[in-house]
Design a protein around this ligand. Structure first.
Ligand SMILES: Nc1ncnc2c1ncn2[C@@H]1O[C@H](COP(=O)(O)OP(=O)(O)OP(=O)(O)O)[C@@H](O)[C@H]1O
Ligand SMILES: [Mg+2]
Length: 606
């Protein structure tokens, strides 16, 4: 994809604006927040003014004690109202922010779930996890911190300035000299501070990435005795992060203290200039008190406002990453008018017509592949590593669409079916088994509640998984931790078979699915699978050629071409690639004679 010339390095503000619609349902929340902020700010600004009234009217002029009591009570009332408004405003804003982020997260995940496999080939899992987990959180800061600060602190500054001019125009105007100085300090520090902040984040994410990789590969690290070296590498990463962190804190403390110093200098200036005015009776003492309080209050919101620059920057970067995920339209979509097929109608006839396919343009993996599988057939696919066997099956499952040609299921182009239907008709078991956090029963029924406990048990029995499951302390309710780390490879494989039996598809694809099983278990599984539905079409990829020796048809792939096809005997007679593979395959049967006398594992019906 070409880089967008209008895109700045850190992303653009437009991306953030694209997420605004998520905030729209909470418009009234935000209006409420503004009102509450007004109350809170009003209370803060009124406090010094009340004290001024007490000093100038009552203390200096020998006023009424009842009046003083009234002012004190009013003061307390205003403070309490301010606190209540502040609390409600924070809760209101956070609840809106969290709901917005929840919605964005759900939409992101759903959008990613709809992507074709090519998307996952190009996007590392770690990055996608970061988008869903962290980037959304950063965007939340825009809706809460940034928005809040603009309203609350912006209003504070404006209200304080108005109050000061209300008190004394000349002194207020003199105080405004401070504004350009503040701007200068902010500009000077901001850039350094932002750079320091970004360096620390980058180094922290390096640490996270390093940890993830090393924890996942701990066995290999220990076997190859790389502990010391990895520890050294980790120490370096930790060192660079420490350095960046210290610098970040240094800059930020220096910035905050400079601001404080500026604030104190301003207070001193006002105390001096105002003090002279009080001495010359040009200003009341209470007014001076109020001025000093306002100048103090002034610097808090100004500081908060300048810090929002960082929040805005990181929100834009995160929003940009999120937008990019949203902008990626799924490559594989359902047709506008899908052809309706019910499971009962599907017979399991498969036809590939001149199919060509490559993962990357200009690098074809399958060339002009045509073949046919009749309903109920048991067929084998063989070929060297990388020949394109799994790719063929990925196309049948529509993980990818072919570049040319078409694939028919019972005469219907699979692109005219809903993907959900296709995946109900075509089941798939591969060597890598993906188990999910949940019980064994959950994993067999794949969380589909319509599958009953009895069906789960039946499926497990058919493939011979019941025996080991029932030996577990909690049986079918055994919880699987860490993708089933508490099971052996073969046991995981049996669960995958039980899962596909529970699905009961018309077409079954087994991609090296029995490679983890011993021969006896494999035989049991094969028998079980064939027993479930005699009319099931089964496509088997196997390196162990004996597994598919009995197949109705065997297709031999070489560099993305089907070079031979026929039954085992026909292919041997050809004396080509298959005969060669068979000769070298080191089957469990020493000779043809032994094969003929061994009981067959596959009692497939013809
Ligand atoms: N996701 C992918 N992205 C890019 N190239 C891929 C991808 N998957 C496979 N390939 C390439 O496509 C070719 C065919 O791979 P495929 O997985 O279909 O082979 P295979 O016959 O199943 O091999 P094996 O017996 O090792 O499983 C290989 O050259 C491989 O490098
Ligand atoms: Mg493969």
């Amino acid at each position: 994809m070409k880089a967008d010339p209008g895109r700045t390095e850190g992303g653009e503000f437009r991306s953030l604006m694209r997420l605004i619609p998520y905030a729209r349902p909470y418009l009234w929340h935000f209006v409420g927040v503004v009102l509450l902020v007004l109350i809170f700010n009003g209370s803060t600004v009124l406090q010094p003014y009340l004290v001024k009234l007490a000093i100038d009217r009552d203390l200096a002029g020998g006023g009424h004690p009842g009046h003083l009591l009234f002012l004190s009570l009013l003061y307390v009332g205003i403070v309490v109202a301010g606190l209540a408004a502040n609390y409600s405003q924070i809760m209101l804003l956070q609840s809106a922010g969290q709901q917005i982020i929840r919605r964005i997260r759900i939409d992101l995940f759903t959008h990613i779930e709809r992507q074709g496999m090519r998307y996952f080939d190009h996007n590392a899992t770690g990055r996608l996890v970061t988008h869903i987990a962290n980037d959304t959180e950063t965007v939340n800061q825009f809706f809460t911190q940034f928005f809040l600060s603009m309203i609350r602190d912006g209003l504070s500054v404006v209200m304080i300035i108005i109050a000061m001019f209300e008190l004394d125009v000349r002194v207020a105007a003199e105080c405004m000299v401070i504004l350009p100085v503040i701007a200068l300090v902010a500009v000077l520090f901001r850039r350094t501070l932002r750079r320091a902040y970004q360096t620390t984040r980058t180094r922290l994410s390096n640490i996270v990435a390093f940890l993830a990789e090393n924890l996942a590969g701990m066995r290999i690290i220990q076997i190859f005795q790389q502990e010391a070296r990895q520890a050294e590498a980790f120490r370096e990463l930790a060192d660079t992060h420490r350095g960046a962190s210290v610098i970040e804190y240094g800059v930020s403390v220096l910035f905050n203290r400079s601001f404080e110093m500026l604030g104190n200098a301003a207070v001193a200036a006002v105390a001096w200039a105002g003090g002279l005015a009080v001495l010359h009776h040009a200003m009341a003492f209470g007014t001076l008190y109020a001025f000093i309080s306002y100048i103090r209050q002034f610097f808090g919101p100004i500081n908060a406002l300048t810090q929002q620059w960082n929040t805005l920057q990181s929100s834009i970067v995160s929003a940009d990453r999120i937008s990019r995920v949203f902008q990626q339209a799924p490559e594989i979509t359902d047709p506008a008018q899908p052809i309706e097929l019910t499971a009962g109608q599907v017979r399991g006839h498969i036809r590939f017509e001149r199919v060509s396919f490559g993962y990357r343009p200009g690098q074809p993996v399958l060339h002009d592949v045509s073949f046919e599988v009749k309903p109920g057939w048991f067929v084998g696919f063989v070929g060297a590593t990388g020949a394109g066997k799994s790719s063929l099956m990925s196309l049948l499952l529509r993980f990818y669409d072919p570049d040319a040609g078409r694939i028919l299921l019972d005469g219907v182009d699979i692109r005219q079916l809903r993907q959900a239907d296709l995946h109900r008709f075509v089941g798939w078991v591969q060597q890598d088994v993906n188990l999910f956090s949940g019980t064994i029963a959950d994993n067999i029924r794949m969380f589909r509640s319509e599958i009953s406990d009895a069906e789960v048990r039946k499926a497990a029995e058919v493939v011979g998984a019941a025996e080991f499951i029932e030996r577990l302390p909690d049986g079918y309710d055994t919880f699987l931790h860490g993708k089933g780390a508490n099971l052996s490879m073969g046991e995981r494989q049996l669960l995958a078979f039980a899962r596909v039996v529970a699905l009961n598809p018309r077409v079954l694809i087994l991609d090296e699915a029995t490679a983890n099983l011993d021969s006896r278990t494999e035989a049991w599984v094969q028998r079980g699978l064939r027993a479930v539905a005699r009319e099931r079409t089964t496509l088997v990829i196997a390196h162990r050629l004996a597994t598919i020796r009995d197949a109705d048809q065997i297709f031999v792939l070489d560099h993305g071409h089907i070079v031979e096809q026929g039954t085992h005997d026909e292919l041997l007679a050809l004396n080509g690639l298959y005969a060669d593979l068979w000769a070298k395959s080191g089957t469990e049967y020493e000779s043809e004679a032994e094969w003929k006398t061994t009981p067959k594992t596959l009692s497939h019906p013809r």
